[in-house]
Design a protein around this ligand. Structure first.
Ligand SMILES: Cc1ncc(COP(=O)(O)O)c(C=O)c1O
Length: 385
């Protein structure tokens, strides 16, 4: 850490460089195949890029409206209604954000204060806890079962206290690749009845589910939708993670509070990209085709590993696959992941860092949002381990 001549008080003393940055840098240093961080190594649809260029040429280069370009909010509203049967009013119930990350951070900042408890299901994507802590909140963890990553709803209910203000769920789930079933959603609904607890439902992988599994959006359930911010990401859906574009949808009263913080946090998201997405979303196949697109990649990756020594439960959703390497070695996951890069030139993400108390179940995560050529090269190496 660089030396600074004044004493500073850190609001996040425990935050270190993320494992994504560490593994990404290591991958670069060793010219490794990078299956660590969750982004595609292929280009988005050229017609989407053309739409952005056109929007810029048409003069959409100044601040967009605070809550987002209206045509885009209308398209988001239509998409949610068609898929999940709930109407969100584009004027008052949808806000366009700088990726799902900003939506999540802003929701937490708008609603969580000193001593408020937020239930986080572990292993969890890494942006939730710092956002809770920087706002003075207390993350309360529920660890998923280490074999099938199911949630024990009795344990979940035992964590609810009078100070619980929020619950964060994520389905399809990063890193496990599991999805909440209808029964899970009903358990959640029953668990929160008679409380004022708000939900963040992180659904950035809503369009990436496999083997006929449907996505159970919180917006489908009356008793959940009335207390939930559903967060989405165009980055994940249209292979444009670098454009940082997402949204959240929620009941008007909650959204009103959200926007009080949003307008002083970022004010608004990229104008030209919003215009382009509004047009691109008019063709539902652009997002409905994603399941098949990624299922083929998952299957190629799994076929490539079928004769390897990894133990694998096929991912049900997301573009991640967990693998159990305990038949290869008993090393801690961080050591094994590091050795995979330095000796075999493949980068992955060790899972222990996402668990409570760093529980290590000898699991690492691969991202299969990669070209078929990359996946084939990767599996060829992994089969030899
Ligand atoms: C579960 C989950 N939520 C949110 C995000 C962030 O989405 P965005 O890039 O739109 O900010 C990611 C990105 O990896 C993720 O995996």
């Amino acid at each position: 850490m660089p030396k600074y001549k004044h004493n500073i008080f850190s609001k996040l003393p425990n935050v270190r460089t993320t494992i994504f940055t560490t593994m990404g840098q290591l991958a670069q240093k060793h010219s490794a195949i990078n299956l660590s961080q969750g982004f595609p190594n292929f280009e988005p649809d050229p017609s989407l890029i053309d739409l952005v260029t056109q929007a810029m040429k048409q003069g959409h280069n100044q601040y967009a409206p605070m809550a987002g370009v209206m045509e885009l909010r209308e398209m988001i509203s239509e998409k949610i209604e068609q898929l999940y049967g709930r109407h969100y009013h584009p004027e008052s119930e949808i806000t366009v954000t700088i990726g799902a990350t900003q939506a999540i951070f802003t929701i937490i900042t708008a609603f969580i204060g000193s001593g408020d408890e937020v239930i986080v299901i572990k292993p969890a994507y890494d942006c939730y806890e710092p956002a809770i802590e920087v706002n003075g909140g207390i993350p309360v963890f529920v660890q998923l079962n280490n074999t099938d990553f199911k949630i024990d709803w009795e344990v979940f209910r035992s964590k609810i206290t009078p100070r619980t203000k929020m619950v964060i769920i994520n389905t399809p789930h990063n890193p496990s690749g599991t999805i909440f079933t209808k029964e899970d959603m009903l358990e959640l609904l029953r668990s929160l009845e008679n409380t004022d607890i708000i939900i963040i439902s992180d659904e950035v992988y809503e369009h990436i589910t496999f083997d006929g599994h449907g996505h159970e959006s919180a917006s489908k359930y009356d008793g959940l939708a009335s207390r939930t911010f559903v967060c989405g990401s165009f980055g994940k859906t249209f292979h444009i993670t670098g454009w940082k574009m997402g949204y959240c949808a929620g009941p008007a009263q909650l959204m009103h509070e959200f926007r009080k913080t949003h307008q002083f946090n970022v004010f608004s998201a990229d104008h030209a990209v919003q215009k382009a997405l509004a047009t691109y979303l008019k063709e539902p196949q652009h997002y409905l085709g994603l399941n098949q697109f990624y299922q083929e990649k998952r299957d190629l990756f799994l076929d490539g590993l079928s004769t390897s020594r990894f133990k694998i439960k096929p991912s049900q959703g997301t573009y991640f696959q967990l693998v159990d390497y305990s038949d290869i070695t008993q090393e801690p996951d961080k050591v094994f992941a590091e050795r995979l890069v330095t000796e075999h030139r493949i980068a992955s993400i060790p899972i222990s860092g996402f668990n409570t108390k760093g529980i290590d179940n000898h699991l690492i995560r691969f991202c299969f949002a990669k070209t078929n050529e990359t996946l084939e090269k990767a599996t060829e190496i992994l089969r030899k381990l």
